[in-house]
Design a protein around this ligand. Structure first.
Ligand code: ACO
Length: 332
């Protein structure tokens, strides 16, 4: 019997309307466009600022677009992996809300939290489900309302992040396409350097957590920067070497969009020509787990059947990984 591969067969996305640009940020904290562009490379980010809306709202929009584009009956979807670090509620999971709002009631759904590396971890699960032969259609949707955990008085974190969502459909193919190889890791060293301390069960919400701003993301930027560059370049180099992806064999590289200097440092270490590296950080910022599928969504019209693509990401934990896939369809 032919081997079953797991291929991405469509992409949907949603970015909230409200644009928070660097000039507006400069009126909120002591910063300026020049500093942010030089150190981070983000011009603007989109914020979900309507009251009462969470990542399920953006995921619903992204999934509906995906189902429309791929002409997929929602009832034919077998599973939804909803990737988020910023769930709507502690209980229930965000996947259940999205399933209820998109008519995918024959699917089971679960949330996956691996911070900025979540999309890669979820794709690995989706690929294993499809390759097992037991699943025909798996939706992987990453959706993040990073603005809900950002302190807009802290100039060292608030320029970095934005909100957004993107979803992919994963289906079986017997062609030599789809998810080919991956190296995924979690080192367990990240807690002191990248953490939201308050609001979980270890430190439940209280006057203390609010007074000390523990509901917000705390990071040691320089440490995070160093680990991000080292881990993403090391694992990417291993994927490139063991799959002989040197030169023309590798068409595109999609790095996690955290900071333009991190992207450039990874590209330099891998000696990648700039035109192979797909970047949209300038307009969305770091949308955590949603950055990789948002790049696929933005550049979908450039991707051709047979293109080999390297993806790499790094996030809190620390979680990190690199993966290689062969794109399965031409621009429509
Ligand atoms: N505007 C102006 N000045 C600022 C700003 C700002 N927004 N933020 C910090 N500064 C100042 C600091 O106060 C400091 O001033 P000082 O020298 O007078 O004390 C100076 O700039 C340098 O600060 P550093 O923190 O040393 O600057 P650095 O070059 O490390 O850049 C940054 C900071 C951008 C956060 C960088 O460390 C970084 O990008 N780290 C990675 C963080 C990241 O990507 N996190 C995302 C989560 S994980 C992930 O997705 C990979």
């Amino acid at each position: 019997m032919d081997k079953i591969h797991a291929a991405i067969t469509g992409v949907g996305g949603y970015i909230p309307e409200y644009v928070l640009d660097n000039d507006e940020l400069a009126r909120m904290v002591d910063t300026n466009d020049e500093w942010i562009m030089a150190r981070i490379g983000i011009k603007e980010r989109h914020i979900l600022n309507e009251e009462g809306l969470g990542p399920s709202y953006m995921a619903r929009k992204a999934v509906k677009q995906l189902l429309r584009k791929t002409q997929t009956d929602p009832l034919s979807v077998d599973a939804l992996i909803l990737v988020t670090t910023t769930p709507d509620y502690g209980v229930p999971n965000t996947a259940s809300i999205v399933i209820g709002q998109t008519g995918m009631q024959n699917a089971h759904g679960f949330d996956l939290n691996a911070a900025c590396c979540g999309f890669l971890f979820a794709m690995e699960q989706a690929a294993a489900m499809i390759e097992s032969g037991r699943y025909q259609k798996v939706v992987v949707c990453a959706s993040e309302k990073m603005s809900s955990i950002i302190d807009y008085n802290d100039r060292s974190t608030c320029p970095l992040f934005g909100d957004g969502s993107a979803a992919v459909l994963v289906e079986p193919t017997t062609e030599d396409l789809g998810w080919k190889d991956s190296i995924l890791r979690t080192d367990g060293k990240g807690l002191p350097y990248l953490v939201v301390k308050g609001g979980g069960s270890a430190c439940t919400p209280s006057y203390y957590t609010i007074d000390n701003k523990l509901q917000y993301l705390h990071q040691e930027g320089r440490t995070v920067f160093k680990y991000a560059v080292t881990y993403m370049s090391d694992l990417s180099a291993q994927i490139v070497a063991r799959n002989q992806l040197k030169g023309d064999a590798l068409k595109w590289v999609i790095p996690h969009q955290a900071n333009i200097r991190i992207i450039e440092a990874v590209a330099n270490r891998l000696e990648l020509p700039a035109e192979k590296v797909l970047i949209n950080i300038q307009k969305y910022g770091n949308t955590s787990s949603a950055t990789l599928p948002l790049v696929l969504w933005d550049f979908e019209n450039k991707l051709k059947k047979g293109d080999n693509i390297l993806l790499t990401a790094f996030g809190a934990g620390f979680t990190y990984g690199a993966a290689y896939l062969t794109w399965a369809y031409d621009p429509k």
